[in-house]
Write a protein that binds this ligand. Structure first.
Ligand code: AP5
Length: 214
């Protein structure tokens, strides 16, 4: 029986947060809330916020706290988060963590997926995704069955993310260690942090994630 329902995936870019959040969201039937996905959607729709956020994303920097906190409040504030959620990529700063608490959304478990910087570069350097349904693949570790074709929806033409260029990956990693890694101790001190070794197969990592939320 799964008990913990207010969950967060923490970890460096490319650790596998999105991959694991999608699997867990299906298993627990609770929403996967990815601030990165929401920002990319706002960008595609060319909203003023999306255009502004895109400048930070292309530079490998965090989007300002007030923008991201506003997005999460719209998505989970009031009663919307009452039945549980899996946060992916939020909070990423102490100010974001405090804003989440101020919304009355204390986390039951923070799954800290750990991988080395070298593994991050390998994973993000080979990541491709479907521009139609969002399914994520890796050219070597998790290729689609038919080259360049999405297994999930059949679309032909998988794409690389703009921020998965090596120089931008390194900037994102630098930002992670400065701004986000301090949240590991913040949540450990609250007694909700679970360390997960992310340098294993997707199935092995998933088994640890399921164990942690059971
Ligand atoms: P976001 O989209 O959140 O990017 P990220 O945190 O950098 O994480 P990624 O999506 O790159 O990686 P992931 O950990 O989800 O890995 P994945 O499962 O895809 O944010 C993008 C940008 O938006 C930020 O840089 C920032 O500008 C902005 N932003 C977002 N949230 C923000 C916030 N709260 N505050 C401020 N700004 C914010 O896996 C990666 C690859 O590895 C894939 O190819 C996958 O197939 C493969 N893989 C996964 N698991 C395994 C495994 N076990 N073994 C081998 N390969 C694997």
């Amino acid at each position: 029986m799964m008990a913990k329902k207010r969950l967060m995936m923490l970890g460096p870019p490319g650790a596998g947060k999105g991959t694991q959040a999608k699997l867990l969201s299906e298993r627990l039937s609770i929403p996967h809330v990815s601030t990165g996905d929401m920002l990319r959607e706002a960008r595609r729709e060319a909203t003023p916020m999306g255009v502004e956020a895109g400048r930070y994303m292309d530079a490998g920097q965090l989007v300002p706290d007030e923008v991201v906190i506003g997005i999460v409040r719209d998505c989970l504030g009031g009663e919307k988060g009452a039945n549980g959620f899996i946060l992916d990529g939020f909070p990423r700063t102490r100010a974001q963590a405090e804003a989440l608490s101020a919304m009355g959304l204390e986390l039951d478990a923070v799954l800290n997926i750990r991988v080395s910087d070298e593994e991050v570069v390998r994973r993000l350097g080979g990541r491709v995704s479907c521009p139609v349904c969002g399914a994520v693949y890796h050219e070597i570790f998790n290729p689609p069955t038919v080259a360049n074709t999405c297994d999930a929806c059949g679309h032909v033409g998988l794409v690389k993310r703009d921020d998965d260029q090596e120089a931008t990956i390194l900037k994102r990693l630098e930002g992670y260690w400065k701004q986000t890694d301090p949240l590991v101790e913040f949540y450990r001190s609250k007694g909700v942090l679970v360390d997960i070794d992310g340098a294993r197969s997707t199935g092995e990592v998933e088994a640890s994630v399921v164990d942690a939320v059971s």
